[in-house]
Design a protein around this ligand. Structure first.
Ligand SMILES: Nc1ncnc2c1ncn2[C@@H]1O[C@H](COP(=O)(O)OP(=O)(O)OP(=O)(O)O)[C@@H](O)[C@H]1O
Length: 237
């Protein structure tokens, strides 16, 4: 099977009500890596992730994968900052993507049990998902994304509402997934988290991609004054 990457954005622009939210932007995401998307509030991080997942209409330029878009999108998964929680059990929330793909309920639930064990939620399987804590909900959302074995996992600030321990647990799951070959692209505000996870950093400012830089280089010797100010914790003009 042909891999879906590289993913290429070529002159891509996203507009709403006449306002340019993103771009024009050129970007190639190589097959390997843990890409962290950084930038000040409103820089366009969520918009970029949604663009990469086909959730934003591209007004200019092209967005391509190594396979046709409809196929590529089925082989990606997205985790939101606030997890989507369906009014079902935890087990059925995690099994859901597989039932959508035509697996029997029994097969889907068996796979879901496996992923709940990976994320440490086995005991909550029969619980209503709405009763989970914030950290548990995010682990459930991660299991629901991982169950489809995506080639690319996109995450938008998945730990923004979590405490230190839950954050570290999610990070450890992501590092394991990455070690097992998953391509990850994730937005975060947390500089410590970015340093712990990133192999490369995309730095956005005012909808423009100012840097795509290997992580150590980005943090030690950022190329643009905006990134320098951002890393120093200054206001980015
Ligand atoms: N639905 C929308 N309609 C109009 N403008 C929008 C919409 N969604 C986002 N924007 C604008 O697009 C720009 C980029 O927003 P986006 O959410 O992608 O930034 P971000 O870097 O993820 O921000 P944050 O760090 O605050 O989450 C911002 O100026 C925002 O106000």
């Amino acid at each position: 099977m042909v891999a879906i990457y590289p993913i290429n954005l070529d002159g891509v622009e996203v507009r709403r009500s006449g306002k340019c939210l993103l771009g024009p932007l050129d970007l190639t995401l190589a097959p390997e890596g843990f890409t962290i998307v950084m930038g000040p509030n409103g820089a366009g991080k969520s918009t970029l992730l949604k663009t990469l997942h086909g959730m934003e209409r591209v007004r200019g330029g092209t967005r391509t994968w190594a396979v046709p878009e409809t196929e590529a999108l089925k082989r990606q998964a997205f985790v939101f900052q606030t997890p989507v929680v369906m009014r079902r059990t935890v087990l059925d929330n995690v099994a859901y993507p597989l039932t959508l793909r035509g697996l029997s309920k029994r097969e889907a639930q068996a796979a879901a049990q496996g992923w709940l064990s990976v994320v440490g939620l086995s005991k909550a399987a029969a619980q209503r998902a709405s009763d989970l804590s914030g950290g548990e909900r995010q682990k459930m959302a991660l299991a629901r994304a991982l169950i489809t074995e995506p080639e690319v996992l996109l995450l938008d600030e998945p730990c923004a509402n979590l405490d230190g321990q839950a954050t570290r647990e999610i990070e450890s799951l992501l590092l394991d997934a990455h070690k097992n070959g998953m391509r990850i692209v994730m937005a975060t505000h947390d500089h410590g988290q970015a340093r712990r996870l990133a192999s490369e950093v995309l730095f956005l400012h005012k909808g423009k991609l100012l840097e795509q830089t290997p992580a150590p280089q980005f943090f030690e010797t950022p190329q643009t004054p905006e990134a320098k100010a951002f890393i120093a914790g200054d206001i980015v003009a």
